[in-house]
Design a protein around this ligand. Structure first.
Ligand code: GRF
Length: 206
């Protein structure tokens, strides 16, 4: 018997290369479908990709909101209308309120370009270079109220090479991002991994 595809909503703010990787994996048989893309920026390039590929989109411009809580309430309304099983933040440059995050336990994920807990926040590649790391990479984690906190699900590493610039290092990490995010979402969609009831562990479900 074929299970229905899990529904994935992707939240973006910009380029959308992770969105594209997720959509390509879905086209190639991953066990989820992209039910919608939501951007907080009206001109995010990823929206164009979604339009061209027949993926429903919504824009909620954060600059129109005086209060974060109200933005998040409206965002939750749009997300819920798209009826996702999972919500993937993919370059979504907003800090979410606890009220929003707590609505989707075990269903809200983020991809972050560092080996967390190292380098939460911005400019991760420059910071990794500056601190002389020998390896760097990407983390995928469940989202909590803490910036780039939350239970880590998977990481992929790259070596930092002599002569690396922020650009070359970012490009090498991005290649790993594009492989890892679809993989993790596929495992979640199949129920092969899930957030543990204690909120602190990732468990394999039977
Ligand atoms: C990626 O590096 C992701 O890890 C980070 O923001 C960037 C988004 O890139 N959170 P893109 O919009 O998916 O191309």
């Amino acid at each position: 018997m074929n299970n229905p595809l899990a529904r994935l909503v992707v939240l973006i703010s910009g380029r959308g290369s992770n969105l594209i990787a997720l959509a390509e994996a879905a086209r190639n048989g991953a066990p989820y479908a992209i039910a919608g893309v939501i951007s907080n920026r009206p001109h995010a390039a990823g929206l164009e990709f979604a339009h061209q590929n027949g993926i429903p989109t919504a824009v909620l411009d954060h600059t129109a909101f005086a209060e974060r809580a109200e933005f998040d309430r409206q965002l939750a309304g749009i997300v819920d209308e798209m009826a996702p099983d999972f919500i993937a933040l993919a370059g979504f440059m907003r800090i979410l309120t606890a009220e929003f995050v707590d609505r989707y336990p075990g269903r809200l994920l983020n991809i972050h370009p560092s080996l967390l807990p190292k380098f939460p926040g911005l400019d991760t590649h420059a910071r990794a270079l500056k601190s002389g790391e020998s390896e760097h990479g990407v983390s995928i984690h469940f989202v909590t109220g803490e910036l780039d906190g939350g239970t880590i699900i998977a990481q992929a590493k790259v070596a930092v090479l002599p002569g690396d610039s922020e650009r070359t290092l970012a490009a090498r990490v991005l290649e790993k991002e594009h492989l890892l995010y679809p993989r993790v979402l596929s495992m979640l969609a199949l129920g092969q991994i899930a957030l543990g009831e204690d909120g602190a562990t990732v468990v394999r479900t039977p």
